[in-house]
Design a protein around this ligand. Structure first.
Ligand SMILES: [Zn+2]
Length: 146
């Protein structure tokens, strides 16, 4: 009896576990999250998300790579329309990472063009089971981390 109810409780808890909106974009195996990118074996161009074919030289020899966690906010916009389960409004921005690639990401903190930003994880919504939807988020220097 109690095993059956525990099983149901465990299933409900498992369903409510936080999870990424898009799995595979962030490597969380190390001490800090890293964006899971691709690097072209032929020309060295980086891609995020990892490309199937290099947009610079059309090679299909793309290996896994990790991107830098620091960058500069290139541009941003406040988004008021989103899928039902997302937290709105939110800030979406382009970040120029120190290793030379520009990525689109959620921005936390006070956005300002040219501001230094750092990669982290954040909640961007709630799934139909009540679980937190997580994503990679860049936080501005004004975001509170000292
Ligand atoms: Zn290439």
């Amino acid at each position: 009896m109690s095993n059956a109810s525990n099983f149901v409780a465990n299933e409900a808890m498992a369903a409510a576990e936080p999870h990424f909106v898009t799995p595979g974009l962030v490597d969380t195996s190390g001490p800090s999250p890293k964006l899971a990118a691709g690097k072209c074996a032929a020309c060295g161009a980086l891609s995020f998300p990892k490309a199937v074919v290099c947009s610079a030289c059309l090679s299909d020899q793309i290996s896994a790579a990790q991107l830098a966690s620091e960058g500069t906010l290139y541009s941003f916009a406040t988004v008021h329309q989103a899928p039902k389960s997302w937290i709105v409004p939110y800030t979406l921005g382009y970040v120029d990472l120190v290793d030379g690639i520009r990525v689109l990401a959620h921005i936390d903190g006070e956005p300002k063009i040219g501001a230094s930003v750092r990669l982290g994880l954040g909640r961007v919504g709630t799934d139909p089971h009540g679980a937190a939807l997580m994503s990679y988020v860049f936080t501005t220097g004004d975001g509170g981390t000292a």
